[in-house]
Design a binder for this molecule. Structure first.
Ligand code: CP3
Length: 344
């Protein structure tokens, strides 16, 4: 059996070039995605339609031949599985309804995998269509990141990037926030287990809002819930490699790598090359090209790709962006990067 290059890298093996995939590699920068997306009534319906979601997952694979596909879904499917309304308004991002009572969410959490069964069907369809040397990635949002959306309520306009409302609650109503995180650990573990059973060969935990947390809060909202989630996923019998992405964790990325039992750590755009090297001494890393540089293109892009290759290229390293690809990135910039690293 062929072992995909991504899985080898996550096991700590090195090779002549890093495996490569891009966060949000399926999306609006692709004309074929925009055409497909126009056929769905709304974004959630699109994510929960296995044929359409599988097609969206495969589009960038056909066009660029990335080393891995990431299942087309969203981190905000979990609040729905817990009984909270989620919808997307064009140009506004996600909107969530009232937070269900914690007792009700606790009852629903063990069923999250079954509730999100369509994502499993997407994974099975994609795995079936994908060449054996390409890996299939499943994912979930980390408890804190998902909680920031769930707790935001009416306050979504205040301090967006700071997740101000959720963080205020974390201080002012610690018991409630910790209870929500606990529910999210269970629901996410069940969801990841279902994905592994459906064909996901790697699982990634997206902590998009690890940013701006003082270290005691980082410990409480990020480290502990990640540790609990990894433990629970392993208790459920999942053996595939796990990638943790503590986006915005800055100097705390090293502590994250040392204290959370994920197999690899994804680094964000702002991670200094030196910090990346120190994390790499602990476990395999992924990242971290600036999505804005990918948009800008040109020689500056080539230079940074070379710098990353120079700093992290001895591996183990998975080439990726430091955050998701933007909707207006020119396709030839993506091709330019792939050629530069010898992947095309
Ligand atoms: O290709 C892939 O990476 C797989 C699919 C994927 C999506 N969202 C599809 C999507 C993945 C892995 C995600 C993760 C996700 N979703 C995160 C974590 C990563 C990150 O970017 O920080 C977060 C925070 C979300 C929540 C979310 N979903 C927001 C804030 C938005 C609105 C902003 C936007 O870009 O429009 C989404 C919508 C979304 N999720 C889109 C896509 C392709 C765009 C909507 C559309 O095409 O209509």
């Amino acid at each position: 059996m062929t072992t995909p290059a991504l899985i080898k890298a996550l096991r700590g093996e090195t090779s002549d070039r890093p495996p490569v995939w891009f966060m949000r590699q399926a999306g609006r920068y692709l004309p074929e995605y925009r055409r497909l997306r126009a056929q769905a009534p709304d974004f959630i319906a699109f994510c929960l339609n296995p044929e359409m979601a599988a097609e969206a997952t495969l589009q960038p694979m056909r066009r660029f031949g990335f080393d891995a596909a990431i299942v087309f879904a969203d981190i905000l499917l979990i609040p729905r599985a817990l009984g909270q309304d989620v919808w997307f308004e064009t140009g506004e991002g996600p909107r969530l309804g009232e937070l269900p009572v914690v007792g009700r969410m606790r009852e629903l959490a063990p069923e999250a995998g079954e509730h999100l069964h369509p994502v499993g069907q997407t994974l099975a369809l994609v795995r079936n269509a994908l060449e054996p040397e390409r890996a299939l990635i499943g994912f979930c949002g980390a408890p804190w990141t998902v909680a920031t959306y769930m707790l935001d309520g009416e306050h979504r306009t205040i301090g967006k990037g700071e997740r101000a409302q959720a963080r205020t609650y974390a201080y002012a109503e610690p018991q409630k926030v910790d209870a929500v995180l606990e529910v999210l650990v269970e629901a996410s573990a069940r969801y990841l287990k279902m994905q592994a059973d459906s064909g996901a060969q790697v699982l990634k935990i997206f902590e998009s809002w690890a940013e701006g947390l003082p270290d005691d809060l980082f410990e409480r909202l990020v480290l502990r819930p990640h540790q609990a989630l990894v433990r629970r996923v392993r208790d459920l019998g999942v053996t595939v490699p796990l990638i943790g992405f503590p986006r915005g964790s800055a100097a705390l990325a090293e502590r994250y790598a040392a204290e959370v039992a994920v197999d690899a750590v994804a680094l964000d755009t702002a991670c200094p090359l030196e910090v990346g090297k120190r994390v790499q001494a602990i476990k395999p890393i992924q990242g971290a090209l600036d999505p804005l540089l990918l948009r800008a293109g040109g020689e500056a892009l080539d230079r940074r790709v070379d710098q990353l290759m120079e700093a992290w290229g001895q591996g183990p390293w998975v080439f990726n962006l430091g955050h998701g690809i933007l909707p207006d990135v020119p396709i030839d910039h993506v091709e330019r990067v792939l050629k530069r690293i010898g992947a095309q």
